[in-house]
Design a protein around this ligand. Structure first.
Ligand code: CA
Length: 448
């Protein structure tokens, strides 16, 4: 859940260990000494330089000092707040004591992902739907058929969607992370990054421990963002949507695949998964098609077909003509197009990125034995650099086509603005940001 780049994770561990080592040696040196009271220097050393006071070994709330005053102040205040809100004092201490915060520079790296080029959405999809992941998924589905049978009998999503999430989030339980969830959540809260969110996740950790659903030690295996277990749930999501599928009293998303898979299925179910409906189907576009209708509008499959689109509909969804769908053009007129159904947006409740939902859906289709896309992803399109993407957004904004914030991220807003520009200038209105389109936008923007 909420997967981002994990490139900084290794750096985070290295810096974290370095800090921990410093803290340990410092505490080993003076952690248990009582600082001399101020003004107690005797007459026998009247001319000695004043000795700087040692930092206290414990904060006013009794936590071992982290060596970071700002963190310690935040932690003391948050601990008081947590206890006042009804959390057990011993659990608050268990969760928060001994934490040395992740260095701010390391945190910043994780949130300022500066790729030189705008990554096309299909890069993510192609790596997600790798032959290895398909093969491993098939064998995991077979090896856990009983669990998938029971999960599928209780919750609406098909097993292949749940398996795809499992595969994407943790390589089918192969890697669930080595970060301490309270540490990463607290580190962000202390510097004011999504403070309310991170504090409420810490409260959720405390509640799960109080309920006996999980132990403090289990939370030491998390992603750098604090996501938990084989299906990468945030602690608050475990609290609300986590399932104890085998009934042993624990929501063990770490080591019990049934609990993790049932939790993921329950999550999608709770957000309204429509049983028996596809997430998307490939849409084959006829020559001379007016791409401007791919602007987020929803029409029935029958209405899309009337425009000449061929929906590559698997046999089991043969009755889908009456369903509403959105035409999605992730590669513009250069690659595969899709008709998106309601379930696509349910997948996005798991991770709010089109690329993620697309990858989950495509992997699930392959796990269900469906053939690969009829049209390949483009390989020879000249992608924009981050700076060029910003230039395009600025140019579109200048021309009155609202591309939104100039951030170099090509999302639906930018694609929609480009489509309007293209339509207004007699170009193929596919909203796909190529270097040629940047040139066209800039020509109009500067030329007036
Ligand atoms: Ca369980």
């Amino acid at each position: 859940m909420k997967i981002r780049t994990i490139q900084w994770a290794a750096a985070g561990i290295a810096v974290g260990l370095a800090l921990a080592a410093c803290a340990t040696s410092r505490l080993a040196g003076n952690g248990h000494q009582t600082p001399a009271p101020a003004g107690s220097s005797g007459p026998e050393a009247p001319h000695a330089d004043p000795v700087p006071p040692s930092p206290p070994a414990h904060t006013p709330m009794g936590f071992i000092t982290s060596g970071d005053q700002r963190f310690d102040d935040w932690r003391d205040a948050f601990a008081q707040k947590a206890i006042a809100s009804g959390r057990r004092q011993d659990v608050v201490r268990q969760v928060l004591d001994g934490i040395v915060p992740v260095a701010e520079t390391v945190q910043a790296q994780s949130f300022d992902n500066q790729a030189e080029f705008v990554k096309p959405i299909w890069d993510y999809a192609k790596s997600a739907v790798s032959p290895t992941r398909i093969t491993n998924g098939a064998s995991k589905l077979a090896a856990n058929a009983g669990v998938f049978d029971s999960v599928e009998s209780i919750y609406a999503p098909p097993r292949e969607i749940v398996a795809a999430i499992w595969g994407m989030e943790s390589s089918y339980g192969g890697f669930i992370g080595n970060e301490d969830a309270p540490r990463v959540l607290a580190s962000q809260a202390a510097i004011g990054r999504r403070k309310d969110f991170n504090e409420s996740e810490l409260i959720a950790v405390m509640k799960l421990i109080e309920d006996g659903a999980a132990t403090r030690d289990q939370f030491r295996k998390a992603s750098w963002a604090g996501a938990i277990g084989q299906t990468q749930f945030m602690p608050s999501s475990i609290l609300t949507y986590g399932r104890d599928h085998d009934g042993d009293g624990h929501k063990d998303l770490w080591s019990n695949s049934g609990d993790a898979l049932a939790s993921a299925a329950n999550y999608l179910n709770a957000f309204g998964w429509k049983k028996g409906q596809p997430w998307a189907v490939e849409a084959v576009i006829p020559a001379g098609f007016d791409y401007s209708v791919g602007d987020g509008r929803k029409m029935t499959v029958a209405a899309w077909k009337a425009l000449g689109i061929t929906a590559v509909m698997p046999a089991r969804f043969s009755d889908a003509d009456a369903l509403n769908a959105e035409l999605f053009l992730p590669a513009g007129s250069y690659g595969p197009a899709f008709l998106l159904f309601d379930n696509f947006y349910i997948i996005k409740r798991y991770n709010n990125a089109d690329s993620y939902a697309l990858a989950i859906g495509l992997l699930a289709d392959r796990l269900a034995g469906l053939p690969d896309l009829t049209r390949p992803w483009p390989t020879d399109v000249q992608m924009l650099t981050q700076q060029q993407a910003k230039d395009m957004q600025a140019g579109l904004n200048q021309l009155g086509f609202n591309a939104g914030v100039v951030d170099g991220i090509i999302g639906r807003g930018t694609r929609g603005a480009l489509q309007k520009f293209q339509a207004a200038n007699g170009l193929t209105a596919d909203g796909f940001p190529t270097v040629a389109m940047l040139t066209a936008v800039q020509g109009k923007a500067t030329g007036g």
